[in-house]
Design a protein around this ligand. Structure first.
Ligand code: DQA
Length: 142
């Protein structure tokens, strides 16, 4: 099984960025622990601060991965284009957020991408990614 994790803008700064909200671990550190939790799953990782690059990656994932774990970060709340890209592909996409977006500012409570994802996981810190991978794995066994 192959899963692609896509992180959107500012998530390259995890560990340094607002640690009281997003924690003090970098994503690269956390990715190593994810790989040891899921030794049988190939986990690839892509991060970009650019909307079009994220869209290109979602297109490329179709047919090449069994699932995508997407933290579109701020684009979650603004991007019709990313929402359309998820609707356009058949690879299942799970929406992930480190923080609980429903407990935060009103502008973060709207997700443009949620209606096109198989599900959304929000508020479990970095563990949200593990839960998303687990859900894609369980889905593939059905
Ligand atoms: C985030 C929540 C978004 O509102 C924010 O813009 C992010 C990170 C999260 O993982 O909690 O950059 O997606």
């Amino acid at each position: 099984m192959k899963i692609l994790i896509i992180n959107g803008p500012n998530l390259n700064l995890l560990g340094k960025r607002e640690p009281s909200i997003y924690g003090s671990s970098s994503f690269e550190e956390y990715l190593n622990s994810l790989k040891s939790i899921f030794p049988k799953i190939t986990l690839d990782y892509f991060q970009s601060n650019h909307e079009g690059e994220i869209i290109d990656e979602i297109h490329k994932a179709d047919g090449n991965y069994n699932g995508v774990v997407l933290n579109a970060a701020a684009y979650t709340h603004t991007s019709v284009a990313i929402a359309d890209s998820i609707a356009a592909v058949s690879v299942p996409v799970v929406e992930v957020h480190i923080s609980n977006i429903h407990k935060r500012e009103t502008f973060r409570q709207k997700s443009f991408i949620a209606p096109y994802c198989v599900g959304s996981i929000s508020g479990f810190g970095l563990d949200s990614y593990r839960l998303a991978i687990f859900s894609l794995e369980s889905r593939s066994l059905k």
